[in-house]
Design a protein around this ligand. Structure first.
Ligand SMILES: [Zn+2]
Ligand SMILES: [Zn+2]
Length: 431
């Protein structure tokens, strides 16, 4: 069975998240988009866990809205931030890894097999930080301690690094000071079998790093609003009936048809740069400046592409034979806004979205499966746009230092290829 899943997103209780992120609205939105399974997000938050318990019912770790409603399935999930001073672990003291005494801040996604277990995890983690403060709580513990505690409660729990490559909170991000999953999770790395790629990296980027071969690459939205749900997702191939265990088995066995990926250049940490100084650099340009901003002379925010190149032991374009495929996609609302040159929040764009979803069943049907001619017949200009998005005939001005990339579906802007040597200062300035 093919199942589109989004395993990392947030509720209204997480910082900078929409008030509309409540379970019933999440279920409805997922249904319109064609996402069969979503994580609840934020189960460590006591009030949200209460809502989950009163709103959802289920068995075998898969939940739906009580008393009917959308058929969207939920799995119990959350994200936490561990923060600790790296004073040198046992393995580091043995000289296996370097230690620099720096503070490590890492985000992790967790899944729990049922509500009872989630409650126990919540109780345990409350010893390490204020879980009621934010849907994504800050816990004073190391990454390995987190995994040890969580797996100690129930060995069916799942932990994997969130947005693996992002500069500040990703395990392999530029500021983590870590170069491998093993370095981050130490002896508990044996429990890690998947990674969340984040928006700024796609499978081909991850394939270049051979030490990631054993990890399942997951696409997740990390949505902070209903609209952003499923902007990146994973299409699983579930062999038996969907249960928590069959989902985890599919994750472990890389039983994934493909991931539906953001164009990684669209992610807000793809290139290196400084938002305030309007500096956007390719990795080679940043290296020329020793990763120092030519405007303010401070350290640049080194992005995901740069970090991938640092850790890659395979050349660009490497394609393994045994990994799930992927497809680059752009959310339908964005495509409609682009075609009509109207704002994403406008009634016009929303009405067009609803018309298309009604005609083709779900957003993912429109994006992935529907015939381009039929789409064109339904909404003029959109068939060509979707064809371009599907085939990669788009230009993207890459994102950097927290600025999202800008996609041009009709290639109206000049294309700046990856790693190109730009000549003048004005070429470096982010548009
Ligand atoms: Zn995060
Ligand atoms: Zn600067």
């Amino acid at each position: 069975m093919e199942l589109i899943a989004d395993l990392h997103l947030h509720s209204k209780y997480a910082g900078a998240c929409s008030e509309r992120l409540v379970l019933s609205a999440m279920a409805q939105t997922a249904q319109a988009k064609g996402i069969g399974l979503i994580a609840t997000g934020d189960f460590t938050h006591p009030l949200w866990l209460k809502e989950i318990k009163s709103t959802l019912e289920g068995e075998a770790g898969i939940y739906t809205i009580k008393g009917g409603g959308p058929d969207t399935k939920f799995v119990i999930g959350a994200e936490v931030c561990t923060i600790y001073r790296d004073a040198g672990s046992q393995s580091q003291k043995m000289g296996m890894f370097s230690t620099d005494g720096s503070v490590k801040k890492i985000h992790h996604v967790m899944l729990a097999p049922d509500l009872e277990t989630a409650e126990q995890v919540c109780k345990e983690l409350a010893r390490y930080g204020d879980v009621a403060m934010d849907g994504r709580p800050i816990l004073k513990m190391s990454a390995s301690e987190l995994v040890e505690r969580v797996m100690g409660i129930n060995s069916r729990n799942v932990v994997f690094p969130a947005h693996l490559w992002t500069p500040w909170f990703g395990v392999l991000g530029a500021f983590s000071g870590l170069n491998s999953i093993e370095e981050a999770y130490e002896d508990q790395a044996r429990h890690i079998f998947a990674v969340d790629m984040g928006l700024s990296s796609d499978p081909p980027m991850n394939w270049r790093v051979s030490k990631l071969d054993r990890y399942t690459l997951l696409g997740t939205s990390d949505a902070h609003s209903l609209q952003k749900m499923g902007r990146k997702a994973t299409i699983f191939d579930i062999s038996n009936k969907l249960s928590y265990d069959s989902l985890v088995a599919a994750m472990k066995g890389q039983k994934i048809k493909k991931t539906v990926d953001f164009y990684p250049e669209e992610g807000k940490y793809h290139y290196d740069g400084h938002r305030k100084c309007k500096i956007s650099f390719t990795p080679s340009q940043a290296k020329k400046y020793n990763n120092i901003c030519p405007v303010c002379r401070k350290k640049l925010t080194v992005g995901v592409l740069h970090r991938v190149e640092e850790l890659a032991d395979r050349s660009e374009g490497y394609k393994p034979s045994d990994r799930p495929g992927f497809v680059h996609m752009v959310p339908l609302l964005e495509i409609i806004a682009h075609v009509t040159k109207k704002g994403i929040g406008t009634d016009y764009v929303n009405n067009a979205y609803n018309l298309l979803v009604k005609r083709f069943g779900t957003e993912f049907n429109v994006l992935l499966h529907a015939d381009a001619v039929e789409i064109e017949e339904t909404f003029r200009g959109l068939g060509k746009a979707i064809e371009n998005v599907r085939s990669g005939h788009v230009n993207v001005i890459p994102g950097y230092d927290g600025v999202f990339g800008q996609i041009d579906i009709f290639r109206e802007r000049p294309y700046v290829p990856k790693g190109s040597g730009q000549q003048s200062m004005s070429d470096y300035i982010g548009k």
